[in-house]
Design a protein around this ligand. Sequence first.
Ligand code: KG4
Ligand code: ZN
Length: 351
Amino acid sequence: MALQPSNMGTTLDLQFWPDPIIAIETSCDETSIAVLHGRNILSNVVASQIEMHLKWGGVVPEAAARQHAESIVPVYLEALEKAGNPDLTAVCVTNRPGLVGALSVGVSAAKSIAFQKKIPLLGVHHLEGHLMSPLGDPEAKMIFPHIALIVSGGHTEIVRVNAPGDYTILGETRDDAAGEAFDKGARLLGLGYPGGFAIQEQAKLGDPKCYKLPRAIPKDPFNFSFSGLKTAMLRLVESEASAISIPDAAASLQAAIVDVLVAKTINACEESDIAAVTLVGGVSANVELRTRLNAECTRRGISLLVPPLSLCTDNAAMIGLAGSLRLQAGERATWTLDVVPNADLPKRPLQ
Ligand code: KG4
Ligand code: ZN
C-alpha cells in the first residue's frame, strides 16, 4: 500500500495585476466576459448557448461561432455596467485550446478593446483558467505543489501544479472526457444536453449499485478511459428498454465515473507524495464527486480546494485570474495573437 502523502506544500505570495482588467472566454459554448480588480471579481457575465445546442444534442462549431458574434457586445456592455464601468488597464482572452471559430470571436473582440483603449493584451490557456479558478474565492489559499484533477466536457487530466505556469501532466483520458461520459449517458437516458447536472439530480433518487457498469483502470497509473462505459450504458439501455429505471441508471453511471476519478486522484497524491488537491472544470460542480473526493482526502490528511460553483463551468473570471498573474509577471501578447485549437499547458513558472 502507498504511504500517506507527507509533502504539505506551501502557499505562495501570488501577485495579481493591481488595476481593473477585462477577461473574455469564448472557447466553446459560453460567451463570457468578466471584470476583475486584483483578485476581486467585479462582474462575471455568462451567456450560455445551451438552448441552441440542445436541439442538436451537442455543440455545433459553426453555430457556436455565430452565436458568440451575436452575444459578445451585449455581454461586454453588461459586464462593464455590473462592474461600475471602471477604467480598464489590460485585456485577457482565451486563445487556446478550443473551437477555432468560437475562439476567433473572443480574440478579435479582445484586440479591438486593447487597440481602442491602448492597453496590454494577453492570450490565456483555457485549462490554466480552470486551474486558477479556485482563487476566485477571496478566502481560498492555494497550496503548491498540488495535484489538480481537471474534469470538463473536453478534458480529463491529472496535473501536478508546481507553481502558476509550471504544470506537468501526469495522466489524461485516452478517449472520452468525464463530462462527455455524463453527457452521452444523459443523452441515452433521454435527459437532454449537457447532461451532467441532470444525471446528478436523477441520481439522488436512485441506487448506485442497481446496474453493474465497468470501471476502466488503464495500466498506466493516472490515465483514464470512459469509452467502455459509454458502450456499457448503450447496452444497458437497449437490454432494459422500457423497464429501465432512470434514477438507478443515472446513479450507477455517476458512481462508475466518480469511483475512477477519486481513485486516480488519490493515487496521484500518494505516488507523488503531495498532500494537496484541487478539483476544477465543469464536472467539479458534481456534488457526489465533491463529497467523495473530500471524504477520501480528509481520511488521508490531504487538503482539497474546489472553486465556487459559479466558477466550475466555463466563465471569463477564471481566465482573468490566470491572466492577471501573467500580466503582473510581465507577459504580453502582440497584435498577431492567434487562436490555437490544440495546445499543451504551459510548462515554465512565471518570472
Ligand atoms: O468546463 P466546462 O463548462 O466546459 C468545458 O471546458 O468542456 O464543462 C462542461 C461539462 C459538461 O460535460 C457538463 O455535463 C459537466 O461539465 N457538468 C457536470 C455538472 N455540471 C456540469 N457534470 C456532472 N455534474 C454536474 N453537476
Ligand atoms: Zn472548460
